[in-house]
Design a protein around this ligand. Structure first.
Ligand SMILES: [Zn+2]
Length: 98
């Protein structure tokens, strides 16, 4: 899912989904596509696709999809608010109201 918070647009523009996902998933690149093994289930077919230009990931095996906020929620197992706080820090925002 895509976060609908206004800050999410900024975070999607500032943070590479490919770089974020690559911290936990090994990718192979075919053209503009990045494919890796999904972390949500036993995946041996590299069902997880990342489209960095769009800031999105999608798994064609289990159907999970989303943006940097959703990925962080799934990986850290936290709320949307907490994920946004983590990503704000990663993007270099200092104050809560940037
Ligand atoms: Zn999957």
């Amino acid at each position: 899912m895509l976060s609908t918070r206004p800050i999410a647009n900024t975070l999607r523009a500032r943070i590479s989904i490919a770089a974020l996902v690559a911290e936990t998933v090994d990718f192979v690149r075919t053209g503009d596509e990045l494919r890796g093994e999904c972390t949500a289930h036993q995946d041996r077919e590299r069902g997880l696709f990342v489209q960095d230009a769009k800031g999105l990931y999608q798994c064609f095996s289990c159907g999970r999809q989303g943006d940097v906020v959703q990925w962080t929620r799934d990986t850290v197992r936290c709320s949307e608010e907490a994920a946004i706080a983590i990503l704000r820090q990663r993007a270099g925002f200092d104050s809560p109201d940037d």
